[in-house]
Design a protein around this ligand. Sequence first.
Ligand code: MGD
Ligand code: MGD
Ligand code: SF4
Ligand code: MO
Length: 741
Amino acid sequence: MSTVTPPSRLQQLIYAKDGSLTRDLLLYPGEYGLGKVPAGAKPNGTTTSVCGFCSTGCGLELHMKDGQAVNLSPAVDWPVNLGMACPKGWESITVLKAHDRATQPLLKGADGKLAPVSWDEAMKTFCARFKDIQAKHGNDSVAFLSTGQIATEEMFFLGSLAKFGMGMLHGDGNTRQCMATAVVSYKESFGFDAPPFTYADFEESDVLVFVGSNLCIAHPIMWERVLRNPHDPKIIVIDPRRTETAVAATHHLPLRPKTDMALLYTIANELIQRGWIDESYIASHTNGFDQFKQHVAPYQLEDSLANCGLEPSAVMEVIQAIHDGQRVSFWWTMGVNQSHQGVRTAQAIINLALMTGNIGRPGTGANSITGQCNAMGSRLFSNTTNLVGGHDFTKEEDRQKIADILDIPVVNIPTENSWSYDGIMEGIRRGDIRGLWVIATNPAHSWIHQQEAKETLEKLDFLVVQDMYHSTETAVLADLMLPAAGWGEKEGTFINSERRHGLHKKVVPAPGEALADFQIFRLVSHYWGCDSMFSDWKTPEDVFQVMKKCSAGQPCDITGIRDYRMLDDARGIQWPTKEAESSGDDWMPQPQRRLFEDGQYFHPDGKARFIFEQPEAPGEVPNDAFPLHLLTGRGTAAQWHTQTKTSKSAVLRTLYSTTLLVDINPQDADALMIEPHDWVQVQSARGEIRARANVTSSVQPGHVFLPMHNEVTNQLTYPQFDAYSRQPSYKNAAVRIVKSV
Ligand SMILES: Nc1nc2c(c(=O)[nH]1)N[C@H]1C(S)=C(S)[C@@H](COP(=O)(O)OP(=O)(O)OC[C@H]3O[C@@H](n4cnc5c(=O)[nH]c(N)nc54)[C@H](O)[C@@H]3O)O[C@H]1N2
Ligand SMILES: Nc1nc2c(c(=O)[nH]1)N[C@H]1C(S)=C(S)[C@@H](COP(=O)(O)OP(=O)(O)OC[C@H]3O[C@@H](n4cnc5c(=O)[nH]c(N)nc54)[C@H](O)[C@@H]3O)O[C@H]1N2
Ligand code: SF4
Ligand SMILES: [Mo]
């Protein structure tokens, strides 16, 4: 292929400095121009890639000139987005070019400042410092924080390297901030972390219930799929705010925050009392219904809703719609997951789907929508919350299976689970963890109770941050900063919300000496001295083949996906896709797959479980000093999380306010004598920030809303965690607003 480029300055540099490095260590075919897999990537043609922002997983067509992508458009023949993309997707290439891209490793000097060093020095320092900490304080004194935003193969490599190669026990990721609640609720209810739906369900439902999900902003292309629904569906939104999605819905239940469990139990009880349940489905496919029925019996429509702030008649309309619907689907996102009782709330949603038999058929399901482009990859293959492939660290047979596949000694696999993210932060505060490796996440911005988070990170003896940009709130705290290539500059696969594995490709070169995370992990394994464990892992596709083996026999089985080429040709393939299904070389799986069509769940008896608990008040509620309830979340479709990427696009910057706005209801604004756009202080027991008042009835009296994209928002949030999932409750803090003088 004519697109092969000569070795970069980086490669020459590394070979010059360290003879022990082989050419092979740094290169893989994708790295060398749009070589092997992206065969579609003709120097002046187009190729496809899955978007690297959100979990929708839209297909993009990259338009190439002289071997590099110069433009893009949404892929028309992609089963996900059908020719559509949101503003972030359109700007995917633009955000790669930025003045603050990390182009060289940076090491903190004696003066406390970060200064450029060679990769050789960076790697030697990385290993020397972490090994020194481990020698003094034990292997478990070094931990890692991973992400849902790198390729599955990279997560797999990182998790294997850290735990099996470097001897770490503790490693978690930003998926804890996001999906942990869904993971635990599915595991307990279904026996495996298995979101059952396929996007076609958005179009096939006649009733869609969204709980704590602002689809219009957070998953705009999923919302477009809802708009294509030809069944004139009822759309029910349960959200304290009158969001863009609520405005577009047929029914909106503006409940008091964190009262979802009581509402969902009331709905369940009313359905039971009226006999509007599917008794034969319950009998054949579930356990625990009788106890559940007793549990919800006290939740009477007339009195239990007072605490939710809802009118019984409005809730009754929703109950009627659920009963009348032939194909009812239930969807939830962060309004549920980020709650002090998130797991039980998610399970209250699952219970509704089970008891009405709305699961396993087109247009139904208890469906958790994921967030990051590869949140599902990190749930299954990152070696953080479970042993790769949805296995269990605490089970001997699981450890042996993975050890055999990887051809490593079984003793290298930890026999215990890692501490969760908050446990790792606590471990740092106690001094048990002294070294931390942060990859593709920005905790100094995104973790809850920010002042404490920053103080915690500053306590570390050695902090390594591996990111695309050197300016992130976390990177500036680093002792060592490793420059990473981003989406578009490397290849690998993501798993989207509907369990679809999709390929993303290298279509532009990484800047300076930035390396694909995959290559950084290869370098680390080499310098650490454990590269013999990973000697066959030369390319992401090599690791994909290992992942396949680990998935064999699991619900997430992908042994039927031959290779990257097949993924590319199929425009993504959903799990499970088993080898046994395949019928020869030209076989292609069906494009839409949903789970539980046979009513068989993953518990040993094949049945799903009704799980429930008593609702409790959150740890902090509005009070005399801080009378307002702070909600946080996504602000606009143009902003991504901590804004390291999206703030780099001039087009995206025109689509949101660059001044921080706090949404406040007109009634509260009047009482506080605040005019639209006045500067105000928003204060909680943990911090104080400045913002401009956005006076709007999208928030109820007594509530305020701040977007998470601004660095300061988490100064205010209250650190409480779901007891089972340890996911932070980001949408619950007590604040007051004071007019700035
Ligand atoms: N544009 C954009 N899109 C994104 C992202 C982004 O940063 N920007 N991030 C991606 C990621 S990682 C994720 S996880 C998803 C998140 O997607 P969403 O969960 O849809 O987004 P959020 O705005 O965090 O929260 C959704 C809603 O929960 C509501 N809520 C708050 N408290 C409660 C409550 O107690 N009960 C109920 N029922 N609702 C409540 C909020 O008012 C909010 O409207 O978005 C993904 N998509
Ligand atoms: N108050 C409040 N806080 C929240 C939330 C909320 O609703 N409210 N939501 C939470 C949720 S759901 C989430 S998912 C988190 C997200 O929180 P974070 O994960 O901290 O946010 P991001 O900005 O996505 O951080 C990703 C980082 O990875 C870098 N990066 C991107 N691609 C690559 C790559 O390929 N390689 C490497 N090495 N680096 C890369 C980016 O530059 C960025 O610094 O925030 C959580 N925080
Ligand atoms: S909806 Fe998500 S996956 Fe699709 S283009 Fe937008 S950010 Fe990318
Ligand atoms: Mo998320």
